[in-house]
Write a protein that binds this ligand. Structure first.
Ligand code: SAH
Ligand code: SF4
Ligand code: F3S
Length: 448
């Protein structure tokens, strides 16, 4: 604890956006705790409000700006309270945020959040904006509170993104790619496992790009696959996942890793965005629908029941009915276990923002509904095939509802709820699936 700290605060952090942001919030909370601050769950108890924000679609920004206005009114009723916007929207809207909401005290981009404790050190914070360039040590540093290591933990392996997908704001908000040294990632994973973690999800905007141009290929294996191999060797770790890979770098070595590494879970989130080669080209996604089909075929040949999920955008500028049909067609051909469908949202500063947003709101809605309906049918169909089967579940904790109900996930990532005692939390158990709904499976513990 820093005894020189004049002000110990009660800090409320609300997180929007992706797993990367959730992970940053965890890191931020751990850092603030080491400076003696308290992290509170309820905004009413706080004297510092922090919103860790997302810019990926307009709606995400509207929500966060709305919440910031609400909190700045709350702030007025408290002495010395502070309101800060951190994360991707801070970077994207920068000083304009002070105009949108004069109640904001500080804005900090995702590459600068480790500087927040220093800002809170003074009584008079004043207006602060920390944006842009990452500190190089940020890529290697991973402040985290190992004493409260989770059963399922995320580990960030890289920052930023070097791709220029035409619609995407992330390269602007998170900057260019930088990779953590492999030894530092391994050390973090080992310490997590020593503290009780059983499942690790490796995080990055494009994880299979890890180490490209910096670390060597070895025996034809990419740095990412080498990293997976080393993590697979950690005794006591049960499962490895990663999020998200890009179809561009999804090569034979990674497919082969899925059959050779026992801890690597049979589940892959492979964002396709569209099934039309014309739209993929316009989006600057460097692959074709044929390539997606061939990756899926190879993955299924290597791991027959692999769970596949994806992201799709509907209503990209110029997306015609026949392009949309190609997406429907590709989803039908692959039968993903689950897909996240997004309506195209123009983001200022991206390449596609200069194109007319010419698929009307109603048409975007229609295409969105058609895909959601397909996805739902696929999920229900998949969940029904699980009924009667015994599955391995890593027990993560109590289910949200129901006494003595525990919940966990299968190796494929399906959520399972079943009756069981607290001592099973953190354990691998066998569960027979009895029943299913759209997003969960219900089962019965198989006693051994
Ligand atoms: N790095 C990941 C995606 C990160 S953003 C990848 O390349 O797959 C998460 C998802 O948000 C994307 O996969 C995309 O489907 C969606 N998305 C990104 N920008 C968007 C926009 N402008 N409008 C709608 N959806 C968008
Ligand atoms: Fe965005 Fe494309 Fe980078 Fe993913 S790969 S974060 S969609 S620019
Ligand atoms: Fe994630 Fe949103 Fe930023 S999706 S990387 S928090 S723009």
């Amino acid at each position: 604890m820093n005894t020189a700290m004049p002000f110990l605060r009660k800090i409320f952090i609300k997180t929007y956006g992706c797993q990367m942001n959730a992970h940053d919030s965890e890191r931020l909370a751990a850092m603030l705790r080491t400076f003696g601050h308290e992290i509170v769950d309820c905004e009413d108890d706080a004297d510092v409000y922090i919103l860790n924000t997302c810019s990926v679609r307009e709606r995400a920004e509207i929500k966060a700006v709305g919440k910031s206005r609400y909190l700045s009114r709350k702030k007025l009723r408290k002495n010395n309270a502070l309101l800060g916007i951190v994360g991707c929207m801070a970077e994207n809207l920068a000083e304009n945020l002070f105009k949108l909401n004069p109640g904001i005290d500080f804005i900090i981009g995702p590459r600068r959040i480790s500087e927040l404790p220093a800002i809170l050190a003074g009584e008079n914070v004043g207006r602060v904006a920390l944006l842009g360039e990452a500190h190089s040590e940020d890529a290697g540093e991973s402040a985290r509170d190992f004493s409260s290591a989770k059963i399922c933990a995320s580990v960030s392996i890289m920052q930023g993104c070097n791709m220029r997908c035409s619609y995407c704001i992330v390269p602007k908000t998170r900057g260019p790619e930088s990779y953590r040294p492999m030894d530092s990632i391994i050390a973090e994973c080992e310490t997590l496992v020593q503290n009780g973690t059983k499942e690790i999800t490796l995080l990055g905007q494009i994880v299979n790009n890890y180490g490209q141009g910096v670390l060597e290929y070895g025996s034809g294996k990419s740095p990412f696959v080498q990293l997976l191999e080393r993590i697979d060797d950690i005794a006591g770790l049960e499962r490895i996942r990663y999020m998200s890979p890009h179809p561009k770098g999804f090569r034979e070595d990674l497919i082969e890793a899925h059959s050779s590494l026992s801890k690597l879970c049979p589940s892959v989130h492979l964002p396709i965005q569209s099934g039309s080669d014309r739209v993929l080209r316009a989006m600057r996604r460097p692959y074709t629908r044929a390539r997606i089909l061939s990756i899926v075929e190879s993955l299924r040949a290597a791991v027959p029941n692999i769970a596949l999920t994806t992201d799709v955008i509907v209503g990209y500028p110029g997306e015609r009915e026949e392009d949309f049909s190609m997406t429907v067609d590709l989803l039908n051909a692959v039968k993903f276990n689950m897909a996240f469908v997004f309506k195209y949202s123009p983001r200022a500063g991206t390449l596609s923002a200069s194109l007319p947003d010419d698929v009307g709101a109603d048409e975007k809605d229609r295409r969105n509904k058609i895909l959601l309906d397909m996805v739902q049918k696929c999920s229900i169909g998949h969940n029904e095939t699980m009924i009667g089967h015994g599955v391995e579940v890593l027990v993560e904790g109590h289910a949200k509802r129901g006494e003595n109900k525990l919940c966990g996930r299968t190796r494929g990532g399906d959520k399972v709820i079943f009756d069981g005692q607290d001592r099973l939390i953190g354990q691998l158990v066998n569960v027979k699936i009895m029943d299913s709904a759209i997003t969960i499976l219900r089962g019965k513990l198989i006693e051994i």
